[in-house]
Ligand binder design. Structure first.
Ligand SMILES: Cc1cc2nc3c(=O)[nH]c(=O)nc-3n(C[C@H](O)[C@H](O)[C@H](O)COP(=O)(O)O)c2cc1C
Length: 648
């Protein structure tokens, strides 16, 4: 068979271990960490799914090596703890049995110990240890590690590495990037020491090298060791690519794979985890630059999801391995689809940060486009329904499409009706925003899945009570979504006003000076886009905050873009729209004109309750999902759609 992406699919040998392909799963924290630091069964299933999906290696993360001075990434491996070795062994085994190489990341978060915890107040009582005495931006005191403590931590890395090998892991990754302890030593931003661990780059790399040497002693000469580093820190006080190259050259003798990531968790989150506002593969140049100076294989990472781009990276010699994190949540089966020339079936990551935000909020994982994530133990297979039924889905947005596809996979006869002439629902409006193109693409991908699974799609078809009863379906899934909120503000019905959902169809109506009414997520994103296009954009919002509905990871990055492109008027209540702009009342109730000949109305959505109520008795089994049930997220629409179809 001729593989479409031969470079991605070719094996690679590191140490004496051969990996089946070059598509590796990056470290991502699991979902249930037991109180004693053991890897819980949900996490094991979380990692196993990516192994099933065909990745060459699956990296479990993060194993803290020295709980006495850490406390951030709560997995630990300690043979004195009942179940510790067993839980790691089950995890390595769950990955290995699907042909992927199990790897595990060893980490110490140093002066940022505890920052991951849901209860941030706890970190105040933890001892924070870093390269140098300092006070963190959040006021937490950090003490410099003594030489004895450094030796103890180096010993802990070695000890844990030995246990990792014993548990069945066949590679390990030393986390030397993203602002954690080893990076803190490497970085002039954190490391102000005046002893042999500070000053020159050789001194700053001493701790990393001691760790790597000790680990090598523990695991032997042929066990692959990978060093994850930031190729550059992208802050003035940090190091740049020149020192990144030096670091790679210094660690090279002790490792089998140099993994080049970027930035720090604390200062450049949107570079370390490239946001939707950045290019895919924006950090590849760092790996490519480092690769010119070392002879060991190099890995790259950051916003990668397109097989063509990843193939080119390897074919052109920019890197030897590509890592993906978020993309393998969106579609754990990407490596298998690439290998089987089924790249048209890949579900793309939206870079919406639901995955990371959910962890911050509830300590669990979710993914907008993949309802299985975080719930892998419930099974990723869709089993045939015992009794074949007729299923009618009203609405072709993300939830309706996912429900229809799932029901069809279960063997049901499925009809999906969409009142408009194209599928996609609210996702259609995203086609106008290049940085949200994947969100639009999602509707095309789900629609393809529906067609491939045999769903009968009826466009321009509104499901009324009579229609549903005539179809005489056994089950009705109501996914009719929401409609825009257009309050009775004088002038809103004017020719110069475009409803944000319709912007993609009515772009030509929008001129060079625009007022966006409504600072929720949709309004902010549209304003950013218009600003990126070079228009003068003013944003009017009644509340004092912008985008409170955005998740905690996406929001700060969104606000940075707002700062770049948009003039913001919070605390402004729109009174009327005129041909000159929007007349508002400011906080003191003064009338002010926010000028702009074009106006975008982004004042929210409301459930189509009238349609829902009409349909509630139109079939024996009825389920309301997505915005039709409660104006919410695509994440919920897809998740509820999936489970509605499983319940039939
Ligand atoms: C849900 C999630 C959890 C992560 N957890 C870790 C972690 O524990 N250790 C780590 O080194 N990186 C972690 N990362 C960072 C990723 O390994 C990766 O470097 C980053 O997400 C950029 O890759 P991507 O664009 O393919 O997502 C995490 C990323 C995500 C999305």
């Amino acid at each position: 068979m001729e593989r479409k992406y031969p470079h991605l699919c070719s094996p690679i040998t590191l140490g004496r271990t051969t990996f089946r392909n070059r598509m590796f799963s990056a470290p991502m924290g699991g979902t249930d960490i037991a109180n004693d630091g053991c890897i819980g069964p949900k996490s094991t299933a979380f990692y196993e799914l990516r192994a099933k999906g065909g990745a060459g290696a699956v990296t479990v993360s993060e194993l803290m090596v020295h709980p006495k001075t850490d406390g951030s990434h709560a997995y630990h491996l300690d043979e004195s703890i009942l179940n510790s070795l067993a839980s790691a062994t089950y995890t390595a085994d769950a990955i290995r049995r699907h042909g992927a190489i199990p790897s595990i990341e060893l980490s110490h978060s140093g002066m940022f110990a505890g920052t991951y915890m849901t209860d941030k107040s706890k970190q105040k009582s933890l001892s924070q240890w870093g390269p140098s005495d300092t006070v963190r931006a959040d006021g937490v005191q950090v003490k410099a590690l003594t030489k004895d403590m450094i030796d103890e931590i180096v010993g802990a890395y070695a000890h844990v590495a030995g246990l990792v090998k014993r548990a069945g892991f066949e590679m390990l990754m030393v986390h030397g990037g993203h602002g954690w302890l080893i990076n803190q030593f490497l970085s002039p931003m954190f490391n102000k020491r005046e002893d042999e661990y500070g000053g020159t780059i050789e001194n700053r790399a001493r701790f990393a090298i001691e760790v790597l040497k000790a680990i090598r002693e523990a695991v032997g000469p042929f066990f692959p060791i990978e060093f994850r580093m930031s190729g550059a820190e992208f802050v003035d006080e940090g190091y740049g690519i020149e020192e990144g190259i030096e670091i790679a050259k210094l660690v090279e003798p002790y490792v089998d794979l140099i993994h080049v990531s970027a930035g720090t968790y604390q200062k450049t989150f949107g570079i370390t985890h490239p946001s939707m506002f950045t290019d895919h593969g924006r950090n590849v140049f760092l790996a490519a630059e480092i690769k010119k100076h070392v002879s060991k294989p190099v890995a790259t990472i950051g916003g990668l999801s397109d097989p063509e781009q990843m193939e080119e990276i390897i074919a052109s010699g920019k890197a030897d391995v590509v890592y993906m994190a978020r993309q393998l949540l969106a579609d754990p089966f990407l490596p298998r689809k690439v290998t089987e020339n089924r790249d048209g079936d890949i579900v793309k990551c939206l870079r919406c940060f639901t995955c990371m935000a959910e962890r911050a909020a509830t300590s669990t994982r979710r993914c907008t486009v993949n309802p299985i994530i975080g719930r892998e133990m419930e099974g990723d297979e869709v089993y045939p329904a015992p009794v074949k039924k007729k299923v009618l889905v009203a609405g072709g947005g993300p939830g309706g499409l996912y429900a229809a596809w799932t029901a069809a996979r279960r063997g049901h006869e499925v009809i999906l009706c969409e009142k408009e002439d194209t599928l996609g629902g609210i996702l259609k409006s995203e086609q106008a925003l290049p940085f949200k193109h994947e969100m639009y693409e999602l509707s095309l991908t789900y629609a393809k899945f529906c067609r491939d699974a045999g769903v009968e799609i009826r466009l321009n078809t509104e499901v009324t009570k009579e229609y549903a009863e005539r179809e005489n379906a056994d089950a009705l899934i109501i996914a009719v979504g929401s409609s825009p909120l257009v309050p009775p503000i004088p002038g809103l019905e004017g020719e110069n006003v475009v409803i944000v959902n319709n912007y993609y169809k009515e772009k030509d109506k929008v001129g060079d000076e625009v007022v966006v009414m409504g600072g929720g997520l949709a309004g902010c994103e549209c304003a950013i886009h218009l600003g990126m296009e070079g228009r003068k954009v003013r944003l009017v919002e009644m509340r004092d905050v912008l985008a409170p509905d955005a998740n905690v990871r996406h929001r700060p990055l969104l606000l940075k873009e707002i700062d770049k492109y948009v003039t913001v008027h919070t605390g402004h209540r729109a009174l009327r729209v005129t041909s000159e702009g929007v007349v508002c009342a400011d906080k003191d109730n003064n009338e002010v004109l926010v000028p702009g000949a074009s106006v975008i109305c982004a004042l929210g959505q409301k459930s189509r309750t009238d349609v829902v109520n009409e349909l509630l008795d139109a079939a024996p089994f009825v389920r309301v999902i997505g915005d039709a049930s409660r104006v919410s997220t695509i994440t919920n629409a897809v998740y509820w759609g999936y489970h509605a179809a499983l319940d039939i």
